[in-house]
Design a protein around this ligand. Structure first.
Ligand code: NDP
Length: 247
């Protein structure tokens, strides 16, 4: 029996990048997976078809913008109504933005906090109401919560730092129910958000102990471990997986 057999997972932002790798990895481990997307409808449908076919699991894409409180809450409700419960929530959807501090606007603040922080909170609270012992809440933060290596990233780093406190608080609240809550903090990972051949890649590689970008599958492996029964004594913590960038 696979270690996530009969589990139900929701992954936010699963159409591309790390989210897509996480969808695949959780389904490979036996979970039925619902994932959200906003713009990449074609990729989402294709991924769902491919992963369902290769794993024999249910894989359902749903359109849900993390910027909308209602859409996030509805996504959790959809999982409960269609798959009968929720065991694993992976808060992966996130946006990056870089601009000089003096040019930043309250709208930019709202946008990044809505997607990177508020959506994580809303989905986690909604899921926690239905999760039982063995439940898992895993959020994707960033190593930039601990070390801001470049200018222009104040809002992004702030949003990812907020997830540290949220994770610790939720771990305290949900520990008595046997639910664990953890944060995964990637460093440079080759995706559309941060291509390994992008304009800012060389300066990132220079800081990496391992000397190369990570792959989406590297992050998915850690998420799959945290989702599994084997990780049951890990909660309230941030695991940095950044090729030694912050070392
Ligand atoms: P990508 O930009 O490559 O992919 C982002 C995914 O999130 C897409 O599936 C996208 O869906 C979805 N998404 C974006 N905005 C929303 C939204 N408002 N509502 C719902 N889904 C949304 O990003 P990565 O895979 O690189 O990043 C995944 C996570 O990892 C993010 O939280 C990011 O901050 C974090 N991270 C990334 C690092 C990196 O180097 N790549 C480093 C550290 C952290 P769609 O295309 O349908 O809009």
């Amino acid at each position: 029996m696979k270690h996530l057999e009969n589990k139900v997972a929701l992954v936010t932002g699963g159409s591309r990048g790390m989210g897509a790798a996480i969808v695949k990895r959780l389904a490979d481990a036996g979970a039925n997976v619902v994932f959200t997307y906003v713009r990449s409808a074609v990729k989402a449908e294709q991924l769902a078809r491919d992963v369902a076919q290769s794993t024999g699991r249910k894989v359902l894409p749903i359109l849900a913008d993390s910027a909308s409180q209602e859409a996030v809450a509805n996504a959790v409700d959809t999982v409960i109504s269609q798959l009968g419960g929720i065991d694993i929530l992976v808060n992966n959807a996130g946006i990056y933005g870089e601009s000089p501090l003096e040019e930043q606007t309250p709208d930019q603040y709202d946008r990044i906090m809505d997607v990177n922080v508020r959506a994580v909170y809303i989905a986690s609270v909604a899921a926690a109401r239905h999760m039982t012992a063995g439940g898992r809440i895993i959020s994707i933060g960033s190593n930039m919560a601990d070390h801001v290596a470049n200018r222009g990233a104040t809002l992004y780093s702030m949003s990812k730092s907020a997830l540290i406190g949220m994770t610790k608080g939720m771990a305290r609240e949900l520990g008595p129910k046997g639910i664990t809550v953890n944060l995964v903090q990637p460093g440079p990972v080759d995706t559309d958000m941060n291509p390994a051949d992008g304009a800012h890649a060389a300066s990132q590689v220079a800081r990496l102990a391992l000397g190369h970008f990570g792959k989406a599958a590297d992050i998915a492996s850690l998420v799959a471990y945290l989702a599994s029964p084997e990780s049951g004594y890990i909660t309230g913590t941030a695991l940095t997986i950044d090729g030694g960038s912050n070392a």
